[in-house]
Design a protein around this ligand. Structure first.
Ligand SMILES: Cc1ncc(COP(=O)(O)O)c(C=O)c1O
Length: 276
């Protein structure tokens, strides 16, 4: 396995307290790791389908085929497994995360399957289907109601995560915005699948929110296809590439912060999409 990043700095994740993940000497850590690794079998390569567009060979990667329904399954699986391997989480851990939907759903399903507690921190923009899914399988769901200074909810959610991590014993914040394991998930999983299916690539278009996908995929594709151009797809009203944040409605693309993982991405151009 190729290393793409130096060992992550695990003390400065957005200034929030990370869970200590202390191991109970009675329970071998490997049991949790083994259970998590069994989930690897559910992450089958997702298909690339050709779209009927004249004059170009355009393909879409169908990430909704992932087991819980989105690309976020990959980061959730990888972050939990890596944290367990390092002994940062154990069976007593309560996983905590801020999410507008997909990542929380992935964490909820995977933590439930391996027997970990999980508290999602959500906001009123979450879809009804996701909220009821989370409330069905997580004993505690925290929903922030106050908008932050950008008019969105992300900073309010992160503040709530900070409070929960400070008060809940053995809390572990997965930090999808800055966790290098999210980037590694896409370097190792998503991009490996792309490299296996295409002899050459001219352009790749990647939606950006936490930037984990574009960081991992762009790094791997630039190694494999030296001439590929990586185009970041962001939403109008997102702050990721320096715009002033304003109210947005499409979940999963855009952000009201500049995610720390963005600095790891290799981006040639940016396309802003309108929500109208
Ligand atoms: C298909 C797809 N690509 C990219 C992204 C953005 O992912 P990231 O948060 O890793 O930037 C999402 C987010 O949900 C997505 O659904």
């Amino acid at each position: 396995m190729q290393n793409i990043v130096s060992p992550p700095n695990r003390t400065s994740h957005y200034g929030l307290a990370r869970g200590r993940g202390q191991l109970d000497p009675q329970i071998p850590a490997s049991r949790l790791v083994t259970r998590l690794k069994l989930l690897r079998n559910t992450l089958r390569p997702t298909p690339h389908v050709q779209l009927a567009v004249k004059g170009m060979n355009l393909f879409a990667k169908l990430e909704y085929v992932n087991p819980v329904g989105s690309i976020k399954d990959r980061a959730a699986y990888w972050i939990l497994t890596r944290a367990a391997e390092r002994g940062e989480i154990c069976e007593q851990t309560t996983v905590i995360e801020s999410s507008s939907g997909n990542f929380a759903a992935a964490l909820a399903a995977f933590t439930r399957l391996v027997g970990l507690r999980f508290i999602p921190v959500i906001d009123p923009n979450i879809s009804g289907a996701y909220e009821s899914f989370l409330r069905r399988i997580c004993p505690t769901v925290v929903k922030v109601e106050d908008r932050d200074d950008t008019g969105g909810f992300l900073k309010s959610r992160l503040q709530k995560v900070k409070e929960l991590c400070a008060t809940i014993p053995n809390a572990y914040w997965t930090n999808q915005y800055g966790n290098l394991d999210a980037m590694e998930a896409h370097y190792e999983l998503t991009a490996t699948e792309i490299c296996a299916d295409f002899d050459s690539l001219d352009y790749v278009f990647i939606g950006v929110s936490t930037a984990g996908t574009i960081a991992g995929v762009s790094r791997r594709l630039k190694e494999h296809y030296p001439n590929v151009r990586v185009i970041a797809v962001d939403a109008e009203g997102s702050a990721i590439f320096g715009g002033a944040p304003r109210k947005r409605h499409i979940p999963g693309v855009g952000s009201s912060i500049v995610p720390p993982l963005l600095s790891h991405a290799r981006i040639d151009d940016i396309v802003l999409i309108s929500e109208r």
